[in-house]
Design a protein around this ligand. Structure first.
Ligand SMILES: *Cc1c(COP(=O)(O)O)cnc(C)c1O
Length: 346
């Protein structure tokens, strides 16, 4: 069997998983009301309420940048600020969209080991200035799992929540890969979201195996006021909403979203384990979700690319990012590791 050498480049290099695709085909039968008045949208929202075990308010948008930007904007006046980790996607990969959609709210970047914002860093940023000349901190954003593939524990989230509460901050969670965190922690969705004070969650569908689409889930319903208008104005209100919603039904119905994450995590786990056996390869972060970050000797990266393997080397703090998806395979992992060994021996 041919090994696909693009399989570690990104989880959005993968195709659509069978469950999401089948749901789109099912949704394609006949006429359905537009702009979210269809039965698929209704069912997807109901399933989210079931899975998160709370009466949340759900919206569907096309991508993660829009989800994050609109979600934080819903909690911000233009003169507020949003605290996030310096490696967060909102800071490094959204082209200023959170600032743009909030009409100027400022991102305040904090730090912490392994891509995780610490309560201490949060506190420093919030207390650094309290005068009228500085944008007022009102939201903290956490990415779960982080951009470097680590996962906040329930306890770490609760510690952040306690600090956020002290200063009256709302909590946004960028869950572009939340399912991978759930698989790692083996907890229920509510335990790492609203039970940790999360007000709004951006839940990733694309990287989890859908063609397109993310869900914006408000656990604090009051904060969802007029969010439909916000989406519409931003060009994020899908008219044929059923095609954004139906794949979620396919993913959630029999647990495909968690199964996809389990497979991606298992591949990353094996990759981590096999690469650790090679002395010249340095693992940069604890492998907790579906990514492995490694430092290869310089010639190795070039040689692996020359052998056809694609992976990114500019994400996080540098090094090679090997990202697994629902479609990654054990054969792919073994072939990659063999090539690393061959290159080192050659
Ligand atoms: C991929 C990703 C997103 C969404 O990116 P889009 O390209 O805008 O869909 C958001 N947050 C994180 C952490 C991501 O990795």
């Amino acid at each position: 069997m041919d090994i696909d050498k693009s399989q570690f480049a990104s989880d959005n290099y993968a195709g659509i998983c069978p469950q999401a695709l089948q749901a789109m085909l099912d949704a394609n039968a006949g006429f359905q009301a537009a702009y979210g008045e269809d039965r698929w949208t209704q069912e997807a929202c109901d399933r989210f309420r079931e899975i998160f075990e709370t009466d949340c308010e759900v919206f569907f948008v096309f991508n993660g940048t829009a989800a994050n930007s609109l979600a934080v904007s819903a909690m911000c006046h233009s003169y507020y600020s949003i605290v996030c980790h310096e490696l967060s996607h909102m800071e490094t990969d959204e082209c200023g969209a959170p600032e743009f959609f909030s009409n100027g709210a400022k991102l305040l970047v904090g730090g912490g080991e392994n891509g995780k914002l610490t309560p201490h860093s949060l506190q420093q940023l919030v207390t650094k200035r309290t005068d009228i000349h500085y944008p007022r901190p009102r939201v903290v954003s956490v990415t779960q799992p982080t951009e470097v593939g680590t996962v906040y524990s329930v306890e770490e989230l609760k510690d952040l929540w306690a600090m956020a509460r002290t200063y009256g901050l709302s909590i946004h969670m960028d869950g572009a890969r939340l399912a991978n965190a759930l698989d790692f922690l083996q907890v229920s969705p509510r335990e790492i979201t609203w039970e940790c004070g999360v007000d709004v969650l951006c839940l990733g569908g694309t990287k989890n195996g859908m063609a397109v689409g993310e869900a914006v889930i408000f656990f604090d319903r009051a904060k969802a006021e007029d969010f439909d208008y916000r989406c519409k104005q931003a060009g994020q209100l899908g008219s044929k909403m059923r095609y954004l919603a139906a794949p979620w039904v396919g993913m959630l119905r029999d647990g495909a979203w968690l199964e996809n994450a389990r497979r991606a995590n298992a591949c990353a786990c094996l990759l981590d384990q096999l690469l650790r056996e090679i002395p010249e390869v340095e693992i940069m972060f604890p492998r907790q979700a579906n990514a492995v970050f490694v430092t290869f000797p310089p010639r190795v990266t070039a040689a692996l690319h020359a052998r056809g393997w694609s992976f990114y080397s500019f994400i996080g703090t540098g090094g090679a990012r090997l990202m697994c998806s629902w479609a990654s395979t054990e054969e792919g992992v073994r072939a990659f590791v063999q090539d690393v060994k061959d290159v080192l021996a050659g």
